[in-house]
Ligand binder design. Sequence first.
Ligand SMILES: Nc1nc2c(ncn2[C@@H]2O[C@H](COP(=O)(O)OP(=O)(O)O)[C@@H](O)[C@H]2O)c(=O)[nH]1
Ligand SMILES: [Mg+2]
Ligand SMILES: [Zn+2]
Length: 349
Amino acid sequence: MAKIKKLTKGQVRRIKANHDKKLHSKADKIQWQDDQLGEPQTGIVISRFGQHADVESDDGNCYRCNLRRSIKSLVCGDKVLWRLGKETQHSIKGVIEAVHERTSMLSRPDVYDGVKPIAANISQILIVSSILPVFNADIIDRYLVAAEQTGITPVIVLNKIDLLNETIKKTTQDEIEQQLQIYRDIDYEIIYASNKTQEGINTLRHQLSSHTSIFVGQSGVGKSTLVNSLMPELGLVTKIVSENSGLGQHTTTVARLFHFKEGGDLIDSPGIREFGLWHLTPEQVCQGFIEFNEFLGYCKFRDCKHQKDPGCALIAAAENNGIHPNRLASFQRILASLGENTLTSRFND
Ligand SMILES: Nc1nc2c(ncn2[C@@H]2O[C@H](COP(=O)(O)OP(=O)(O)O)[C@@H](O)[C@H]2O)c(=O)[nH]1
Ligand SMILES: [Mg+2]
Ligand SMILES: [Zn+2]
C-alpha cells in the first residue's frame, strides 16, 4: 500500500482557504436549472474575472454570467452561447454554456501554467513607434516576431510625426524613412500619425474599423494618447468598471473589450500593451523574420546560429540583396539577447 504523505502546514492552510472561499462565495454556487433560463443566444466576452464573465448580447447590453463547469477556457474576446436567467441571483444574470472556436489566441508566459491565454479573436496588432522616444527598429522587430507567432496581422504606426521637420535631425529622419521602407518592402503596412496635429488619425480609424485590435509598443510612444483620441470615453469607462465591479484595481489589469464609435473593437490592458516583450525562443525569432523563410534550411551547418557561421545562407542573402542587412543585424542582436533575460514580462505599466 502506498504510504500516505502528511500534508505540510502550507498545504493545510491553502486547502482551508479554498474551502472557506467556496463556502462564502454565494455567486459561485448558483446552479441554474433548465427552466430558470431563457433560450440560448450569442454574445461576446467583454471581460473575464475569476468564475465570472461580462457578456455583451447582440443588442449591446452587458450581463454578468457564471460559467458552466464544462468550459475549460474563457477569455476576453471569446464568442459564446449563453442563457439569461429569469431572475438575477447575487448580481449574476445568466450562464455561459459554450465557447465558439477561436480565430486567434493571445497568450503570455506564466510562472505557474506555462502559458496563460489572455484574449481571443484579435485580428490586428498595432505596433506603435515614435520619433521620441527615439525610433527603435529592434523593438519593432521584436513585436513583429511576436505578432507573426500568433498569426495576427501586424500594422506599424509611426506616431508623433509632428516632431519631424522640427527638433529632429535630417539624417535621423532619413534613417527612419529608410527603415520603414524595409518594412514596406516585406509587405507590412505603415501608418503615420500625430495626436498633436491629428494627422493620420482618420486613416487609423479606418484601419481599426473592421478589426478587433490591440495596441502594443514601448512606453512613451503615445499609445494611451492615441487610444484616448480614438476613444474619448475609454478613460471614463475603465474608471467606472473598476469602481462598480467591487474588484477595484484588479479589473484594470484584466483584458477588456471596447467598441470604437466608428466600428471595430479594441482589446486592452496594461499587460497586453507589453505583449511582444515576453519571452521568445530562437526558433520563434527565426520564423518571425518572415522574409528569411525562403533561405532557412540552406546553411552549411544544420546547427548554424546565423551569427558569423561559415556558409550561412542568411548572411549570403544579406550580401546579395535577398535580405536587408539591417534586418539580419537586428535578428542577430535579438538572438544574442535571448540568453541574457529569460523573464522579460512586466505588468506594471
Ligand atoms: N509631440 C507629440 N507628443 C505626443 C503625441 N502623442 C503623445 N505624445 C506625448 O508623449 C508622451 C507619452 O504618451 P503616452 O500616451 O502616455 O504614451 P504610452 O506610454 O505609449 O501610453 C506624453 O507626454 C504625450 O503627451 C504626439 O502625437 N505628438
Ligand atoms: Mg500609457
Ligand atoms: Zn545560417
